[in-house]
Design a protein. Structure first.
Lengths: 301, 346
C-alpha cells in the first residue's frame, strides 16, 4: 500500500485552497441572499415572493448612487439597506398587514408586488443593464490560481451579518420582544407589546438585510429589472430546507445545499449544480417536511 | 338515474362546450388568418388555465409551477417529433412523460406532506430551475437524439401532422381546429371529472383535509392523482402552444408566465373551470394590446391586477358573479361555499 495515492499527488495545495474558497463562497452567497427572507419567514410566517425584487432594488440603489458620485462603500453598506428597508416598511403598512394569518393570500399579494416592482423599475431604468459598478477590490493570488478578493470580503460580511443578527435577537430588548411575538403573538399583545409595530419593524429589517445583500452583489452580477428571478428559487429552497429557525436554519440550509451545489458544479459543470441543489432539497423535504431545524436544533434561533 | 344526475350537473359545462364548438366552426369564416393564428396561442394558454383551475380550484393544490408542465410538454413534444419524424407518437409521449414527471415531483411533495404554501414555492422553484437549466443548453453537446436543445434561442417545433400520415402537415388554420377541439375535449373531461366520485373526494380534501382523511380516504393518493391529471392537461396545452408559436424557448418557464397562470385563476375564480379560461383569453388580449404601447409595462399592470384581486375580489370574477346572480334570483343570501383552503397552516 503506497503512502501517497496518485490523486493526492495531482491535487496541489493551492488548488485545494482555491476550490475550498470557492465552496465557502458558494455557501456564503446562498446564506447572504436567503437571510432576509429567513428573518421575515421565521418571525412572521410570511413568505415574501417579492424577495428577489428587494435584492434587485438594493442593486439599483448602489448603481444609481455610485453613478451620482456617492462612495461605493457608503452606497453598498448604508444607502442600500436604508432605502430598501424603508420600502419594506411602506410595503408592510400598505399591503402585508391586511393579510396576516392568510398565508396563501400573502404569497399571492407579494407576487403581485414582485411584478409591480419589476414593471416599475423597467419603466424607469429600461429593460437592459444600467451602468454597472466594478468590484471595489482586486484579485487575490493563491499559488498558481487567483480568486477575487471581493468574494473573500463577501464571506466576511455574511459571517458578520449572522453574528449581528444573533446579537440583536439575543441581547437587545427589541430582539426579546420580537422573539416573544414570534412564539405567541396574542400573549405578547396581552403583555402590552404592540405586535403590529413589531411586525412592521421585522419586515423592515428583513427588507433592509435583503437590500444590503442586493447592494453587495450588484458589482458581481450587475443589475437588471428581472434579476430577482435568478435569486429567489435558491433563496426559497434554502430557507424552506433550513426550516423556521432564522440563523440555524439559514446556516444549515446554505451549508448543505451550497456544499452540494459546489461539489456537483466541480464534478460536472455549473449547469447541473443548480439541479443537484434542487434535487437535494426535494428529497430533503420528503424526509424532513419541516426543514432541517424542524428536526434538529429545534431550540436554536 | 345516476346517469341523468351526472348529465344535469354537467349541463353548464355542456352548454359552454356547445358554444365553443359553434365558435370553432364560425371563427375561421369570420376572422382573418393572422387572428386565427394568434387565437391558437391563446387557446393553448386557455388549456393551461384549465389545468390549473382543475388542480387549484378543485384539488386545492397551490401549484405555482403549472407552466413547468406546460413547457415540459412543449419541449418533449418538439424533441420527440424531431426524432420520430412525425407528431402522432410525439403528442402521446409528451403527455405521458410530463405526467410521469409530475407524478414523481408530486410523490415527494404529497407523501412528504408538504403543506400548501411550501408546495407553491417548491413547484415554482422546479419551474425556475428548468428555466435556468434550459437556458444553458446552447452548446452542440446538449441534444436529445437528433434534436438540439438550443439553449436561450430554443428549438423550432415541427407542426402536427395527420395521425400516422407524416406527409400531410397541418396548416395554421387546421391547427386552430385541433387546438379548439382539444380545449373543448379537455374542458368536458375536466367538467366530467369533478362530478365523479374521485372529483368529489378531491373537493372534500380541498375543503377539509383532516376530515376527509378521518373518513378513510388516502388524501395523498387523491391529491397526487388530480395533480398528475392536471399536468397531463397542461402538457396538451404545451403541445398546442409550440404549434401555435412555431418554436419553444426557455422563456416559457419564466417567472412572468408562472405569474400569469396564477393570475388567470385568481381573476377567473377558484372553483370554476370556465372562469379561468375566459380570464386567460381576456388577459391575452389585454397584454397584446399593452404590448403596442410603451407607457405602461406589462409586469406593472399584471402586478396591480393581482394585488387588486387578492385584496378586494379574493373569490375571483366567476364565483362572485354566480353569487350575485343567485342572490338576485332567490332574493336572499345564497349558500356560501368556502372555496379556498386558506389559513390551514396559519
Amino acid at each position: 500500500m503506497p503512502h501517497v495515492t496518485p490523486q493526492q499527488k495531482d491535487l496541489p495545495l493551492d488548488l485545494v485552497v482555491a476550490i475550498g474558497l470557492q465552496l465557502i463562497y458558494g455557501i456564503a452567497h446562498l446564506a447572504l441572499i436567503s437571510i432576509g427572507l429567513a428573518i421575515i419567514f421565521g418571525m412572521m410566517r410570511v413568505i415574501n415572493l417579492a424577495h428577489g425584487e428587494f435584492l434587485m432594488l438594493g442593486g439599483y440603489v448602489v448603481v444609481v448612487s455610485t453613478n451620482n458620485g456617492v462612495n461605493i462603500w457608503v452606497a453598498m453598506l448604508i444607502l442600500a439597506p436604508l432605502i430598501v428597508g424603508l420600502i419594506g416598511v411602506i410595503v408592510e403598512r400598505l399591503l402585508i398587514r391586511w393579510l396576516y394569518g392568510r398565508m396563501v393570500d400573502t404569497l399571492l399579494a407579494t407576487w403581485g408586488l414582485s411584478l409591480l416592482l419589476i414593471g416599475l423599475v423597467t419603466s424607469i431604468f429600461g429593460a437592459s443593464t444600467a451602468t454597472t459598478v466594478a468590484p471595489p477590490l482586486g484579485v487575490l493570488r493563491i499559488g498558481a490560481y487567483s480568486s477575487s478578493a471581493y468574494e473573500l470580503f463577501l464571506i466576511g460580511v455574511t459571517i458578520v451579518l449572522g453574528i449581528a443578527i444573533w446579537l440583536v435577537l439575543k441581547l437587545t430588548k427589541l430582539g426579546l420582544v420580537a422573539r416573544g411575538t414570534m412564539q405567541n403573538a396574542e400573549m405578547a399583545s396581552a403583555l402590552g407589546v404592540s405586535t403590529s409595530r413589531i411586525y412592521m419593524i421585522t419586515f423592515g429589517l428583513g427588507a433592509a438585510v435583503t437590500g444590503l445583500a442586493g447592494g453587495l452583489l450588484a458589482p458581481v452580477t450587475g443589475v437588471l429589472p428581472n434579476i430577482g428571478a435568478t435569486y429567489i428559487a435558491k433563496a426559497f429552497i434554502t430557507v424552506i430546507s433550513g426550516g423556521a429557525s432564522i440563523l440555524a436554519g439559514t446556516a444549515a440550509g446554505s451549508v448543505l445545499l451550497g456544499g452540494i451545489q459546489g461539489v456537483v458544479t466541480f464534478l460536472s459543470g455549473p449547469t447541473f449544480g443548480e439541479v443537484g441543489l434542487l434535487l437535494t432539497a426535494i428529497v430533503l423535504l420528503r424526509l424532513m417536511p419541516r426543514g432541517i431545524t424542524g428536526r434538529f436544533f429545534r431550540k436554536s434561533l | 338515474m345516476k346517469q341523468t344526475g351526472t348529465l344535469r350537473e354537467m349541463r353548464p359545462t355542456l352548454i359552454f362546450a356547445f358554444l365553443g364548438i359553434v365558435f370553432m366552426f364560425l371563427a375561421p369564416h369570420v376572422l382573418q388568418l393572422f387572428t386565427i393564428i394568434n387565437l391558437t396561442t391563446a387557446i393553448a394558454l386557455a388549456v393551461l388555465a384549465l389545468s390549473l383551475a382543475l388542480i387549484w380550484g378543485y384539488g386545492g393544490i397551490l401549484c405555482f409551477g403549472q407552466v413547468a408542465f406546460f413547457g415540459l410538454g412543449a419541449y418533449v413534444y418538439t424533441m420527440a417529433a424531431i426524432n420520430f419524424g412525425g407528431s402522432t407518437w410525439a403528442v402521446l409521449v409528451a403527455i405521458i412523460v410530463t405526467s410521469a414527471f409530475a407524478a414523481v415531483v408530486g410523490y415527494f411533495m404529497f407523501y412528504g406532506r408538504v403543506s400548501d404554501v411550501y408546495l407553491g414555492v417548491i413547484t415554482l422553484t422546479v419551474t425556475l430551475i428548468l428555466y435556468s437549466l434550459l437556458r444553458r443548453t446552447s452548446g452542440p453537446e446538449y441534444k436529445i437524439g437528433k434534436a438540439l436543445l438550443g439553449g436561450f434561442n430554443g428549438v423550432s417545433s415541427p407542426p402536427i401532422n395527420l395521425p400516422w400520415d407524416t406527409r400531410t402537415l397541418l396548416f395554421p388554420e387546421h391547427i386552430f381546429y385541433v387546438a379548439m377541439g382539444a380545449l373543448i375535449i379537455c374542458f368536458v373531461f375536466a367538467g366530467w371529472l369533478v362530478t365523479t366520485h374521485f372529483g368529489r373526494v378531491c373537493v372534500a380534501i380541498r375543503e377539509n383535509e383532516t376530515r376527509a382523511e378521518l373518513l378513510g380516504y388516502d388524501t395523498r393518493a387523491y391529491k397526487l392523482g388530480i395533480f398528475t391529471i392536471g399536468a397531463g392537461i397542461a402538457a396538451v396545452g404545451g403541445v398546442l402552444f409550440c404549434n401555435g408559436v412555431g418554436r419553444i424557448t426557455p422563456d416559457v418557464f419564466g417567472l412572468y408566465n408562472a405569474a400569469l397562470t396564477i393570475i388567470w385563476v385568481i381573476v377567473g375564480g377558484r372553483g370554476t373551470l370556465i372562469g379561468p379560461i375566459i380570464a386567460s383569453f381576456a388577459l391575452f388580449y389585454l397584454t397584446s394590446a399593452l404590448g403596442g404601447q410603451s407607457l405602461l409595462n406589462n409586469n406593472l399592470v399584471l402586478g396591480v391586477i393581482l394585488i387588486f384581486f387578492v385584496l378586494l375580489v379574493p373569490k375571483g370574477l366567476a364565483p362572485t358573479l354566480i353569487d350575485w346572480v343567485g342572490a338576485r334570483r332567490k332574493g336572499g343570501p345564497t349558500r356560501t361555499r368556502r372555496r379556498n383552503p386558506r389559513g390551514t397552516d396559519a
